[in-house]
Design a protein around this ligand. Sequence first.
Ligand code: F6P
Length: 320
Amino acid sequence: MRRIAVTTAGGDAPGMNACLRAIVRSAIYYGLEVVGIEEGYWGLIEDKKRRMDLRSVSGIISWGGTILKTKRCEEIKTKKGIEKATRVLKRNRIDGLITIGGEGSFKGGIEIYRASRIPLVGIPASIDNDIAGTEDTIGFDTAVNTALDSIQKIRDTASSHERIFIIEVMGRERGFISLAVGLACGAEIILVPEIKYNLSKISQELEKGRKSGKKSSIIVMAEGAGASYAIAHQIRDVTGYEVRVSVIGYIQRGGSPTARSVNLANLFGHQAVKVLMRTKSAKMVGWKEGKVVVLPLGYSTKHRKEIDKNLYRLAHILAI
Ligand code: F6P
């Protein structure tokens, strides 16, 4: 193996830059050349690249976003797109590819590997933490802390006005952020797409809380768990309490990564280079019980990662 390529694909996540730095520095340390593919798989198809030397990643360890940029790419889901990507990799004499991204990017990676037979390693980076095969993803901890910081500010006004706040966090399909943030901020109610809820029961719980002396309440919900404004209207109509909605949104995707996100990026990036040097297939790195593990890339697409229902129950108990 002489020349490897790296790309950041799908939605960005804080810590992707730290991961690029770890990959570039590790690869050069082991005597490899590194090519950076710009704008994810779209840039791969379009052959948008740059040479990554030691200094190309200087100073980026604490930056949010990705210096290589990223783009959602529909074409990579097609046969034609995969063929184009394969041609570009071969033309550039790339011996191995590292993709930093989420589940969608891993699906694309599997197809690229199948068509090209160029060894590939996927590094899980997604604020959603919804990738099977890893307990943690680059960016998740940062997004959770960003949301938590905002909620602590909202708590001030919620308590001054004695209002109920519905706070919508990211997670179109999964509730990992909502659950972690809800537990950490002491939310009265947590809504996730994975668990059905009943709005009249929730209203009753809020009323019970008021009767037991609670002056304000926080509901943390994942964006995919329902329509926040409609839920707010319904709770207001049933309880008569003042309800407000705050959507935290894309703030969660940006900002400096936390130490946890950076160090996960450092460990994943370094290990991905080592795996790439010895594998002939498509792999992913993951985090399990305090260690970096290596799995077939297909694991992430064949399995579904489940939220920890015990945490959900714990949040409920602690909110009485
Ligand atoms: O995958 C991360 C995520 O931020 C989701 O939580 C969110 O629903 C989605 O990306 C937004 O995607 P886009 O960047 O395409 O708007």
